[in-house]
Design a protein. Structure first.
Length: 354
């Protein structure tokens, strides 16, 4: 196989693709329904064509391919599988069945490999039967299939995020998932060289605060060829929210906020445990979902995270530029597969051909 071609469906901004490219694959197509995420994919994957639209209406014949497809990758929408969303966690949710479009692409294009990523809650649905059903769909197509929950912080990502990966191949390879790394990257390692910011600040470019040679190994990896920190955009919170932030220590949350600042809550004790969380500099981050909605707080500054900081915690390098309005960018980052986690999986796949 000269050209190891990848196709990313349900691609989002392209975190899974970026990891595949870091490992040495050539991603030729992305398929994504959200126009802003599709624009981010197109901007950052210059050699790929993006098909924007409903995947149920996209035919595989629209992909002009002259070579075998090495891998189809993607993360079908996971609202129905998420353990954090009790309202939609049932098999009546039509989004649960969009994975069948992934199966269709694999059946029609016959890639050597597929990599399907989803929330860990997928493994719990119907006592694990949903995961087994998904695996059986691919086994019926002639693929050897393995599934495992992987922790992002075991693979160089400064974040305690765990996701389900289902990997299959038709090359009769007994795939093993990559072994965890020995060291974990902290929030401090990830953010220490980024510019100080204030609530609501919107800086397109800013100088790094640490010379490259003195930056952490992780920061060096993220900076690549960047001369400036880009997209230093911080959500503007009202003054009451900023006052609350002031009382929260690293690792703390809403419980640390004095009652006199929480009078607009009918019952403070019913706050979700994840909101108003200040990150610890000496540990990996909590999950970066939509970090604005969950009000994640910078470890040392009384403000929310910037776009670039959140991207760093997801392991997007600094030359990855997101497209669209600020609120869309926040969701794109939260939805993404951390590229370094993706890279670890694809490095393992490619190791069988060395």
């Amino acid at each position: 196989m000269k050209n190891r071609i990848g196709i990313d469906i349900f691609s989002g901004a392209g975190g899974l693709s970026l990891g595949a490219e870091m490992a040495g694959l050539s991603v030729r197509y992305g398929v994504e329904i959200n126009k802003y995420a599709a624009a981010s994919f197109a901007y950052n994957h210059k050699n790929a064509t993006v098909l924007t639209g409903d995947i149920t209406q996209i035919k595989t014949s629209e992909l002009k391919l002259n070579d075998d497809v090495f891998v189809i990758m993607g993360g079908p929408p996971c609202q129905g599988f998420s353990m954090s969303n009790t309202m939609s966690r049932n098999m009546d949710n039509e989004k649960n069945f969009l994975y069948l479009e992934f199966v269709r692409f694999v059946r029609e294009l016959k890639p050597h490999w597929f990599v399907l990523e989803n929330v860990w809650g997928l493994t719990k649905m119907n006592d694990g039967q949903i995961l087994e059903t998904i695996k059986e769909n691919f086994i019926a197509l002639g693929y050897n299939v393995k599934a495992k929950i992987l922790w992002a912080n075991d693979y160089g990502v400064p974040q305690k995020r765990y996701r389900c990966f289902i990997v299959g191949n038709r090359d009769n390879i007994d795939f093993d998932f990559p072994e965890p790394q020995d060291t974990h990257v902290t929030v401090g390692d990830a953010l220490a060289d980024l510019p100080p910011l204030v609530n609501g600040q919107m800086l397109e470019d800013a100088d790094y605060t640490v010379e490259y040679d003195n930056a952490s190994d992780y920061a060096k990896l993220m900076r690549r060829n960047s001369q400036k920190s880009k997209q230093n955009f911080v959500t503007l919170n009202n003054e009451l929210v900023i006052q609350r932030y002031h009382y929260i220590p690293q690792g703390g949350n809403w419980r640390d906020i004095p009652d006199f600042l929480m009078t607009n809550y009918a019952d403070k004790s019913r706050c979700h445990s994840g909101i108003y969380k200040r990150l610890r500099a000496d540990a990996p981050s909590v999950v970066i979902s939509n970090y604005r909605k969950s009000m994640l707080i910078h470890p040392t500054q009384d403000r929310g995270l910037s776009v670039r900081e959140a991207a760093r915690l997801q392991s997007f390098p600094d030359d990855f530029i997101f497209q669209g309005p600020h609120m869309s960018i926040q969701q794109q980052i939260g939805n993404a597969v951390p590229p370094l986690l993706s890279k670890a999986v694809f490095d393992q796949i490619l190791s069988y051909y060395e």
